[in-house]
Design a protein around this ligand. Sequence first.
Ligand code: ADP
Length: 160
Amino acid sequence: MKVVYPGSFDPLTYGHLDLIKRASKIFDEVVVAVGNNLQKAPLFSLTKRVKLVKEAIKNLGNVSLAQFDGLIIDYVKNKNIKTVIRGLRAISDFEYEFQMALTNRKLDADVETIFMMPDESYSYLSSKLIKEIANLGGDVSQFVPPFVEKELRKATSCKP
Ligand code: ADP
C-alpha cells in the first residue's frame, strides 16, 4: 500500500523522522508531502523544507518526496492514493487531527487517515518549540538532524 505523510515540516525534526521510519516498515511506499501552507508563515521556504526532508530520507529506499499546494485531499485524489498518515503526540494534537481527518473524510469518503505515535522520547517535540529554542540561542542537537540544526542556526542568527 502507498501512503502519504503530509505536513509543513518547518523544519523536519527527529519526531517526523521517527514516524517516517515506522511507516516505511509497514507500508510499501511512503510519500512525504511538504505543503506550501501560507497561513502558517513558515520560517523556511518550501524549497529549503523540501531539501531538508530529502536529505533525511535519502537512505530510506521506499520513501519519496513530494510538494503540494492547497488541500492534501486534492493531492491524494490526483495521485490515486487512499491513505494519509498523521502523527499523534500528546492529547493536544487530538482535537485538531480528529477534526481534520473527519473533514477530509467528508471531502472524500475513500481517503482514510491513519495515526501513528512516535517513540515516547519524541512525543513532546514540535517544530514550533524547536524554532523557539533556536531563536533564543538554545541547543537543538538532540531534536533535529545536524543538517537541520545548521539551517536553524543560519535562519535564527540573522534575526536581531
Ligand atoms: P502540519 O502543519 O501539517 O501540522 P507538521 O510538520 O507540524 O505539519 O506535522 C506534520 C504531522 O507530523 C502532523 O500529523 C503532526 O502531528 C506530526 N508530528 C509533528 N511532530 C511530531 C512528533 N514529534 N512526533 C510525531 N508526530 C509528529
